[in-house]
Design a protein around this ligand. Structure first.
Ligand SMILES: NC(=O)C1=CN([C@@H]2O[C@H](COP(=O)(O)OP(=O)(O)OC[C@H]3O[C@@H](n4cnc5c(N)ncnc54)[C@H](OP(=O)(O)O)[C@@H]3O)[C@@H](O)[C@H]2O)C=CC1
Length: 409
């Protein structure tokens, strides 16, 4: 991403060695002639020598492409609104597994503003984290002092993600981590939580205009069916909906029915039990059917009950563009969406939409309020040490997760 003061680099090494207290510094960009102020001094990072450990990807492929190195350069703050975080915990999400194979590369490389002959490697995956704020630009709010324990997300197009000791992110992507959560729990909320929030409130308009533009939530007395209530996104979607007094129905495999019920779902069905699945017809029409199970838009055509909106997080958008290029992929996307919506509207009277993760600050605020009032409790499926990160990828590939796969640094 192009940022202001792009040529202003302030490696952590220069700012932390020997430093013991916070003070602002300013560096002049020779080429741009602009000035970027960077407040810094991470006392606890004083031992670092400008290098960090991290898992890198040098080409797309499978899990064995992930390479651990302890000689990676610590990311630099490149604008006054960026923050450098020393990571304590991170997670592995399905998007990391997909990006390992090259998913979305065409669009993401465009967003990375690479020159036409540029390559995106090395890449560091990892979309969310909990850690300590060690370095920040002067434009970052005083409500986030250095040393703050923060939770945050990494925008999809960033080529240096959270599977490393440090990550640099725009300040809107982080906030103070809730005290109610330990480091593992705090790392496992935002990526899936912001996906669920964005699907329900931005794409689905569950809380009206205020639900999408503020942290107010909403949707009381509506009825939502969550497909895949036991996964990373599904467990949070169920709890978000319950906290807003929405009637929640959910599907998952038999072994997870009790867990999803305990999260607050009013009615839970094993998706392998055809008879029980028929029961879902009794509760139709649904205001929203939320696909958190990778079923895609085509699943909407198979449903035997009516809905107003079917929202899937498994859109073919990036895959179409990967396969057919930007122009033909975009045309195919529009065609797919029109065709699916035509069928859906005629058969079920509802619309089919694609939902996406969105790093919105008011979404983060919304999730934080739920955590603080103990209405949202993250579910952790498994945790691994940093050196074992590939095992977390294996666990995700195995499927049937009960929440998140966490990695501790
Ligand atoms: N577009 C976007 O921006 C984003 C998209 N996603 C997508 O959303 C989906 C969910 O992500 P996430 O929760 O992290 O993934 P998980 O792997 O954590 O969860 C998926 C869950 O789906 C359940 N499941 C599998 N098959 C079915 C089925 N036929 N019916 C009902 N449930 C089923 C599984 O439950 P069980 O064990 O009970 O079978 C599993 O727990 C993924 O496809 C992911 O790629 C996620 C984040 C962002």
């Amino acid at each position: 991403m192009q940022v202001a003061g792009r040529n202003v680099f302030l490696p952590l090494r220069q700012t932390v060695l020997g430093a013991r207290r916070q003070y602002p510094v300013a560096r002049q960009s020779k080429s741009a002639g602009t000035q970027t102020n960077v407040e810094q001094v991470p006392p606890s990072a004083a031992k670092c020598h400008g290098k960090m450990r991290g898992w890198q990807l040098h080409s797309y492929g499978d899990i064995d492409e992930l390479q651990l190195s302890d000689k990676l350069k610590i990311p630099s703050i490149r604008s006054s609104n960026e923050c450098l975080v020393r990571i304590r915990t991170t997670t592995v999400n399905p998007i990391d597994v997909a990006m390992l194979r090259g998913y979305g590369a065409t669009v993401l490389n465009k967003m990375r503003c690479l020159p036409s002959d540029g390559i995106e490697f090395p890449l560091i995956l990892g979309r969310e984290f909990c850690g300590e704020l060690v370095h920040k630009g002067m434009g970052v709010s005083e409500s986030l002092p250095l040393g703050t324990r923060v939770w945050g997300v990494v925008p999809l197009q960033a080529s240096a993600g959270a599977h490393a000791e440090y990550v640099a992110v725009p300040s809107y992507c982080i906030s103070q981590a809730p005290d109610q959560l330990d480091d593992c729990e705090a790392a496992s909320v935002l990526y899936a939580g912001l996906t669920a929030w964005s699907g329900l409130y931005v794409t689905g308009g569950l809380g009206g205009p205020c639900g999408a533009t503020t942290s107010s939530g909403g949707g009381a007395h509506k009825r939502v069916l969550v497909l895949g209530g036991s996964g990373g996104v599904g467990t949070l979607a169920v709890q978000i909906l319950k906290s807003q007094k929405v009637q929640v129905l959910a599907t998952c495999s038999a072994r997870n029915v009790e867990m999803v019920r305990n999260l607050g779902a009013d009615f839970v069905v094993d998706y392998n039990d055809c008879e029980a699945m028929e029961e879902l017809c009794k509760y139709a029409p649904y205001d929203i059917v939320l696909d958190c199970a990778g079923q895609g838009a085509q699943k909407a055509e198979e449903l035997k009950y009516d809905y107003r909106q079917y929202i899937t997080f498994s859109s073919p958008m990036l895959a179409n563009i990967d396969q057919q290029g930007l122009v033909f992929g975009a045309i195919k996307n529009v065609g797919d969406l029109v065709q699916t919506n035509f069928k859906s509207f005629v058969q079920r009277g509802g619309l089919v939409k694609w939902g996406f993760f969105s790093p919105a600050p008011h979404g983060i605020e919304f999730l934080k309020k739920l955590v603080e009032s103990r209405k949202l409790i993250p579910q952790i499926d498994c945790s691994f040490d940093f050196a074992e990160l590939p095992k977390a990828f294996e666990r995700l590939k195995g499927g049937h997760m009960q929440g998140k796969a966490v990695v501790k640094l």
